[in-house]
Design a protein around this ligand. Structure first.
Ligand code: SF4
Ligand code: SF4
Ligand code: SF4
Length: 213
């Protein structure tokens, strides 16, 4: 058994909600674990066979619905497609309002739509349904949650502030594996690192180059 477990959502079954549809990021994450012989490292540390509770668990959700539950694994990656209002004229068709179940769009008949970025979950459904491209996809990337787990001492994951490109996400995954490996004597799961470092320290250690503040 590998000392890591990567679970991707079922978007390949044709899920219409997927906003991440490109090459498998999961394959590249496998290479990150194998590249540092993570399984061999864990076997040496535990002096025995790898069991499920030893595995570094990563889930990848291809939309904000988050089917594989990123909040309760070591590292949860959630595809995100923020939207923006372009210069194209709005036809006041109301499609975006009817599509957005987060009530994140205000529509002014004269000024067009306005997106509430506090409410938006980056599903891009409004952009996909806007006939005039007044609302369009701004960029695509990933939200990243770290340090979730269930069990005797359950903990919900902490979300890094921001949306990260695929390349940035892979670097953050690599840094996260490295951080747990370096601290394995005192932390067996990523969640345990939060009793060694505070949240900001962890964020800086794994994503220093990409954080806004
Ligand atoms: S996370 Fe989103 S894209 Fe993936 S299976 Fe669930 S609903 Fe579909
Ligand atoms: S991206 Fe999704 S949540 Fe955000 S405004 Fe559009 S439909 Fe609503
Ligand atoms: S879907 Fe597009 S055209 Fe229709 S109301 Fe919304 S922004 Fe305007």
């Amino acid at each position: 058994m590998n000392a890591y477990k990567i679970k991707m959502c079922k978007r390949e079954n044709g899920c219409k909600n997927a906003v991440y549809k490109e090459s498998e990021i999961s394959d590249e994450i496998v290479l990150l674990f194998d590249g540092i012989n993570y399984t061999d490292f864990i076997k040496r540390e535990i002096k025995g066979p790898v069991k499920s509770h030893h595995q570094f668990k990563v889930t990848i959700s291809c939309c904000p619905n988050s089917c594989p539950m990123p909040q309760i694994v070591d590292l949860g990656i959630v595809a995100a497609s923020p939207v923006m209002v372009s210069n194209e004229n709005c036809s006041n068709c109301n499609s975006c309002i009817n599509t957005c179940i987060e009530d994140a769009i205000l529509l002014d008949a004269m000024k067009g739509p306005k997106i509430s970025h506090d409410r938006c979950v980056y599903c891009a459904k409004c952009a996909k349904n806007c006939p005039t491209e007044t609302i369009t996809i701004k960029e695509s990337g990933f939200r990243i949650m770290v340090g979730g787990k269930l069990g005797r001492h359950a903990r919900l994951a902490s979300e890094l502030p921001g949306i990260f490109s695929k390349q940035e996400t892979l670097i953050i995954v690599k840094n996260s594996i490295k951080l747990l490996k370096e601290n394995y004597s005192g932390a067996k799961r990523f969640a345990d690192l939060f009793s060694i470092y505070d949240e900001n320290q962890i964020f800086r250690k794994i994503a220093a180059d990409f954080l806004v503040n």
